[in-house]
Design a protein around this ligand. Structure first.
Ligand SMILES: N[C@H](Cc1ccc(I)cc1)C(=O)NO
Ligand SMILES: [Zn+2]
Ligand SMILES: [Zn+2]
Length: 291
């Protein structure tokens, strides 16, 4: 039952989201030489996100930030948890991937800015976490913001985490993936992918956009393969959704090259902000449901 019944809270928080903050995070992340899962830069970028999220957490006792080590490579995933109040056993996941690539042969000295793929998604999510924490929002369910390692080499960080959650019988009521949010390839603003996702949750997202973001146009598209970390949650039987920046045909041509820069996407991060807005509405509406 995807009720939309927290208008007062969502409409108070939405205006606090700022594209300048999203832009700044994309700028910082894309300034690492690369964020590939095996390089020193990739390790440093993970540590930078952890330190940023720890600053957002401040001294709140219900907020923790942890780095997840993965067997087989050095880059860690990062998880910021806002523990729920009276329905903490149920979890809502919002994720993006922190690694970047220029394809086969990426190594220590490769230049892979990954501004759109996927600094944009991590930046869109970071701005949601900032506003929720700055406004002292208290979710009833537990919210988990995740920056996954090693997505580009087979969704490996999210696959590891989703498997652990399933093994622990975690009650993940929904997972949202933001991968590439800052290149507007089409007239429509947000495309909901219909493969490797949950149809009912996709409808909920379309309704959230109608209610809270009426000026945005929503379309539908497909990847045709497990094209980002939502597929890791879907594989474990959890409801996943993947709002994307464009249709398949008009997606960002610069990704996986040294030209995937902020300048070659929305330099003001206005497109990425739309995804922060949708993700905030999703987090608050799902996060505010009791047992
Ligand atoms: N394959 C995905 C990017 C990707 C996802 C969807 C579409 I349409 C086009 C491109 C990737 O590289 N994720 O990191
Ligand atoms: Zn990606
Ligand atoms: Zn990619």
């Amino acid at each position: 039952s995807y009720a939309i019944d927290n208008q007062a809270t969502v409409n108070k928080l939405l205006p606090q989201l700022q594209d300048s903050n999203v832009q700044a995070t994309i700028q910082s992340l894309s300034s690492y030489q690369n964020r590939f899962y095996t390089t020193s830069h990739g390790v440093n970028a993970s540590n930078w996100i952890a330190s940023q999220w720890k600053q957002l957490a401040g001294s709140r006792g219900d907020v923790t930030v942890e780095q997840i080590s993965h067997a087989g490579w050095p880059q860690k995933s990062v998880i910021l948890t806002i523990k729920g109040t009276d329905n903490a056993a149920e979890t809502v996941v919002l994720g993006g991937h922190l690694d970047s690539t220029v394809g086969n042969g990426t190594g220590e000295s490769s230049r892979a800015p990954g501004a759109d793929d996927d600094a944009s998604g991590v930046a869109s999510l970071t701005e949601v976490a900032r506003v929720l924490l700055a406004s002292n929002y208290q979710p009833r369910r537990t919210l988990k913001f995740m920056a996954y390692a090693a997505e580009e080499v087979g969704l490996r960080g999210s696959a590891d985490i989703a498997k652990r959650f399933k093994q622990q019988q975690a009650k993940v009521v929904g997972a949202l993936q933001l991968d590439m949010t800052n290149y507007q390839g089409d007239e429509q603003d947000i495309f909901l992918f219909t493969d490797y996702t949950n149809a009912a949750q996709n409808t909920f997202l379309a309704n959230l956009a109608k209610v809270y973001l009426p000026s945005l146009k929503v379309g539908y598209s497909q990847c045709g393969y497990a094209c980002s970390d939502h597929a890791s949650w879907n594989a474990q039987g959890y409801a996943a959704s993947f709002p994307f920046e464009s249709s398949f045909d008009n997606s960002n041509p610069y990704i996986h090259t040294r030209n995937d820069t902020l300048a070659n996407s929305d330099s003001q991060a206005r497109h990425a902000l739309k995804f922060s807005q949708l993700a905030l509405a999703y987090a608050v509406e799902l996060g505010s449901d009791g047992p």
